[in-house]
Design a protein around this ligand. Structure first.
Ligand SMILES: Cc1ncc(C[n+]2csc(CCOP(=O)(O)OP(=O)(O)O)c2C)c(N)n1
Ligand SMILES: [Mg+2]
Length: 1031
């Protein structure tokens, strides 16, 4: 019964039906062992006795022999020589000479068998010891004493094994049965004092190359079965495995100096007394205290200290609710009064926006690390309640910070992610984030993950919350080592945290620290845990706080004395009291003081935009031509591109000559021009390099040389900003979160995420709902991320059709019933909105809106519904004239034809957006109704262009107003547009609807139905009697 998730339930009642099941469900977590790639030569491998477990041992010998033939026994030397010389299978082996004095450090009396041994037995015993060592390395964590409550290490709790030099085999046999699944590999009591040569895959020997079996077991027990459980043998890199073995097996490696012990005690004092202080002052306030895992504070500080020592100067952190205030106070060092004043319900909010609860706010702080005396910047990213949602955001921000300071290997900037046990196991975003960890354009070169594993999630036991033995198993997919540690042993915790930070700085790979702890109170301070976990909580009530235990230990060791300890406590209590007194002077809460990503220089000192205007987004002809030429060429020598692509580039070249652009070229022009101005551009998403619809081709591939690529966009200008275009993993939630985080780091970058098809954005809904839409309102943090969402009803079926504009529009904060009275209407309206939603009908407008995103004096998320068939539509082209200096993004494109020339005669104005415009103009022409019906394109849906549409409506006094869309009536734009159009015209007229009927699915799967529906909506749009009876 070694499965931690099931074991944790030992003290909890089971329902009757569960009782039966539980017994049959116990299963040992089978370790996944790694198959070594054996590299000894074929003749050796062909030896008949090298099968099964013996091959492990022989492999050891072979490696040792390769390094130094004298390091192995003569018999092995002869064997390997013979085998390598091509001896036939079965003939390479020769009986060894008698054992002589090879175990130099041990007395003759201890040598194996004393006399010439039976050689088979000798080999078998060494194999047994080899297997035993390996068993501890692979499975030792199963029997380590990880749970401070003692309710998970079921088999061995009752009789904890004392690791004395006199190993008693009867106790160990039971343990070993678990470790080795089948006994002691034939070894016996009588073997305990025999001396065995140690393989190179262990470091328990220290300076000794051989040890008696009794000592081998003792040392393995010390390394793998105390308060640290190391899971690492699945890592398929020998060097990394060796590194970890060395860190945990080397005798005496976990010793602490008295100074280190005192620092650790002081940190525990702060952590513990902080929670106690909050409890004393605000006993009925929710704060998601850290009680039961107070060791988190020294743990994090250790990781930061060690990382700082290794050269890191910026740490970006993400964490959930549990212990967050404590981390802010004692790790990031937010002023205590700023934290305490948040408990004052009379505190007024100074900033615009709705704000957030205190345990969600972020933080950014630069200070000196007292241990290393080096500068360090710490940032805690603000997060929503949605557990783990901040993980990819933290990674994206970290990547960006690394990018901007040229830290290509993650030596200066790193991330730390904290997790709850239930959330870490349960939330899929954890997996998505792990899978970004080793991708070239997404790696942050190793994250240290710390799990506050209090063995419960709200009211749910682990056995109901996950199917894996540990909450951390998800990390195994990326070969991250996992260090489980009993959180009631502060030194063990600090030790693994040091190792974790060193691992990160050595291998630049993810690593997990699993703090096995408990939660002293309910889920929050108001919650009663005894309703659901009565026995567990009876046990918790008996549990001595870790600070008390550790203080007693250090006092007993003479490291500190009682008065010193009490003084440390009094000192910190005083700090809290004084800060509390000061906090009463705080009358106003400035959320901007809780900003996790300040943008120095972008705003004025009081956080306002430097202007309220937006310059023309046009570009001079010369630059347009230059970008166009690069976009249609291969700017490197001897590079063979695909013939089909040559044709595409040729067509582009012709367009440039004709001073026109299509969609792809317009995007090129926008990106290329911003790069010239020093704006970094990052375009990420599935298959964005080519473009899902094969229109973009930003990365060219040499047809003759594998993996040779060229990005012409990076060959535009001598000192241009870099362009990053990267195909992402097949994830939306993770990748969108990552790009949002990337965009947080700097306002001087255009960061775009493209969904493969717009509808797939909904698997990233949490990032949209929790971060992009309300981010500024909650955290006064602006973000200029751009979402490119391919959208359009083109008969492709329910999926691949709709990017769900209705959802984005429903979340816009502009009031449908109020015509805004603003100076500088267009820019001011953008400043007030929570995001911008556009659907461009021309490439030029797409070009302008991308450039405007950067030329605006503030940042807002931009949602663009992008076309599919329009990418190649012959009419969806723009002239350079529409992109020259003085031109700008058109929020509304009025009708420019006969209707506009004689507006009083117009009978109907069709308002529309996006691709349907082309269907409508075609139909209007076919019906020769160009003088009767005006078509007005609303390019910027939100913020709604009240001002321009008012002008449009007034221009056609006799006309009916109709909103026309290809989406179903309960979808698309209608519900958003209708009330706003009515407000625009002061509700003087009805606003009619021409479009598909309401439906559950976004589009039909039947092509014919699709076309019939389209024709029907066009018929309605141009039937001037359609609404007569309704009026
Ligand atoms: C995505 C999501 N689902 C559900 C919740 C509600 N919720 C808040 S805390 C919690 C339990 C979390 O347990 P764990 O991750 O173990 O952290 P702990 O509270 O034990 O520290 C739940 C289910 C949430 N915040 N986020
Ligand atoms: Mg938990």
């Amino acid at each position: 019964m070694l499965n931690l998730r099931t074991c944790a339930a030992k003290l909890r009642p089971l329902t009757a039906s569960q009782t039966v099941k539980t017994i049959s469900q116990h299963r040992l977590a089978a370790p996944r062992t790694f198959q070594h790639i054996r590299c000894y030569s074929a003749p050796v491998a062909a030896e008949p006795f090298l099968s099964g477990t013996s091959s492990n041992y022989v492999e050891e010998m072979y490696y040792a022999w390769l390094e130094n033939p004298k390091s192995v026994h003569k018999s092995w030397d002869i064997f390997f020589r013979n085998a390598n010389a091509g001896a036939a299978p079965g003939t390479a082996y020769q009986s060894p000479p008698p054992l002589s004095t090879s175990f130099s450090t041990l007395s003759q009396a201890q040598f194996l068998g004393q006399a010439q041994p039976n050689v088979d037995k000798l080999v078998e015993d060494h194999l047994a010891v080899q297997s035993l060592i390996r068993a501890y390395q692979v499975r030792g964590h199963h029997i380590a004493k990880l749970d401070p409550l003692g309710i998970s290490c079921v088999n061995f709790d009752d009789a904890p094994v004392t690791v004395s030099p006199n190993v008693d085999l009867t106790v160990f046999k039971e343990r070993l049965r678990v470790l080795t699944v089948g006994g002691f590999y034939g070894l016996d009591e009588s073997d305990l004092d025999k001396v065995f040569h140690l393989p190179t895959t262990t470091f328990i020997g220290g300076n000794e190359s051989a040890l008696p079996l009794r000592e081998i077991i003792r040392r393995l027990e010390m390394a793998y079965c105390q308060h640290i459980g190391v899971e690492f043998m699945f890592i398929n890199d020998l060097e990394q495995c060796q590194w970890i073995r060395q860190k945990f097996e080397t005798p005496g490696i976990m010793q602490f100096t008295n100074e280190e012990k005192r620092t650790l005690l002081a940190r525990l004092v702060r952590s513990t007394r902080f929670e106690e202080f909050l409890h004393r002052k605000w006993s009925s306030e929710k704060r998601f205290g850290l009680e039961g895992c107070e060791v988190l504070i020294p743990a994090l500080k250790t990781i930061i200290d060690k990382s700082s020592e290794k050269g890191v100067d910026y740490v970006i952190m993400g964490m959930p609710h549990r212990g967050r205030l404590n981390v802010l106070a004692n790790v990031i060092r937010k002023e205590l009064e700023q934290i305490f004043c948040q408990f004052d319900s009379k505190l007024e909010a100074a900033d615009e926006g709705s704000g957030d609860v205190k345990y969600h706010l972020g933080m950014y702080h630069r200070r000196i690390n007292r241990v290393t005396d080096r500068n360090i910047t710490l940032s805690l990213v603000a997060n929503p309640s949605h557990l783990e949602a901040a993980d990819p955001v933290v990674q994206g921000k970290t990547k960006a910070e690394q990018f901007y300071c040229g830290d290509t290997e993650g030596k200066k900037v790193m991330s730390i992610l904290l997790h709850g046990d239930a959330a870490f196991a349960g939330q899929g975003i954890v997996y998505e984030t792990f899978h970004l960890s080793d991708l070239p354009s997404y790696t942050t070169h190793g994250t240290v993950h710390v799990v506050v594993n209090n063995q419960i999630g709200f009211t749910t036991d682990p056995r109901m919350a996950r199917s894996s033995p540990y909450p951390t198993d998800v990390a195994r997919v990326v070969n991250a080592p996992i260090f489980h540690v009993n959180a009631d042993d502060p030194e063990a915790v600090v030790y693994v945290c040091n190792v974790a930070a060193e691992w990160r700085s050595t291998f630049h790979k993810d690593v997990v620290v699993d703090l096995v702890c408990y939660r002293r109170n309910g889920h929050n301070e108001m919650d009663e845990p005894m309703f659901t976990q009565p026995l567990m909580y009876k046990q918790i009530r008996k549990q001595k706080p870790v600070l008390q235990k550790y203080a007693e230990l250090l006092i007993s060791q003479g490291v500190v004395n009682q008065p010193e300890y009490e003084e440390e406590i009094a000192k910190y209590d005083k700090i809290c009291e004084e800060a509390h007194a000061r906090s009463k002077d705080e009358k106003i809460l400035h959320i901007k003081h809780w900003l996790d990503s300040p943008w120095p220089g972008f705003f004025t000192l009081d956080g306002q935009p430097r202007s309220m205007t937006c310059p023309s987004t046009g570009l001079n002809e010369e630059d347009l031509t230059h970008i166009g030429q690069v976009a249609s060429s291969v700017p490197v020598e001897d590079f063979t591109i695909h013939g089909g692509l040559s044709r595409i580039l040729k067509t582009r070249g012709e367009m440039v000559k004709n001073r026109t652009v299509d969609w792809a070229l317009a995007e090129y022009m926008a990106f290329g021009s911003l790069l010239k101005e020093g704006i970094h551009i990052r375009l990420s998403g599935q298959d964005v390099e080519r473009g899902t619809f094969s229109h973009r081709h930003h990365v060219l591939h040499d047809q003759n040389v594998d993996k040779r690529t060229c990005i012409p966009m990076n060959h535009l200008w001598p000192n241009q900003a870099p362009y990053t275009v990267c195909n992402s993993s097949l994830s939306e939630y993770g990748v969108l979160g990552f790009e949002l985080g990337f965009a947080m780091a700097s306002p001087n970058a255009l960061v775009l995420w493209e969904a493969q098809f717009g509808d797939f954005h909904n698997t990233a809904q949490c990032i949209i709902d929790q971060f992009i839409c309300p981010g500024q309102a909650k955290w006064v943090r602006q973000n200029g991320i751009v979402l490119l969402l391919p959208h359009g009803m083109e008969g492709m079926g329910p999926e691949h059709s709709s990017a769900r504009p209705e959802r984005f529009l429903q979340m816009c904060n502009d009031d449908p019933d109020v015509f805004p009275k603003l100076d500088d209407f267009d820019v001011r309206q953008l400043y007030d909105c929570n995001w911008i939603v556009v659907n461009c009908s021309t490439p030029a407008n797409f070009f302008h809106v991308l450039r405007r995103q950067i030329l605006l004096p503030f940042r807002k998320p931009l949602i663009i519904f992008t076309p599919k068939s329009l990418l190649r539509h012959p009419e969806a082209r723009s002239s350079f004239d529409d992109m020259l200096p003085g031109t700008h993004f058109l929020r509304v494109i009025p009708d420019g034809g006969p209707a506009a020339q004689n507006p009083t005669q117009v009978k109907r104005v069709l308002f529309c957006t996006g691709k349907v415009y082309y269907d409508l103009t075609r139909e209007r022409k076919a019906r020769q109704m160009e003088a009767d019906v005006a078509i007005t394109r609303v390019e910027q849906l939100s913020p709604f262009p009240f001002d321009l549409l008012q002008r449009e409506a007034e221009k056609y006094p006799a006309a009916e107003l109709v909103w026309c869309q290809e989406e179903h009536k309960n979808q698309g734009y209608y519900d958003y547009v209708k009330p706003r159009l009515r407000t625009t015209i002061n509700r003087a007229k009805p606003v009619w609807y021409a479009g598909r009927e309401p439906a559950a699915a976004p589009a039909t799967g039947n092509k014919k139905t699709h076309l019939t529906e389209l024709q029907r909506l066009l018929d309605t749009a141009f039937n001037l009697d359609a609404f007569k009876d309704l009026a």
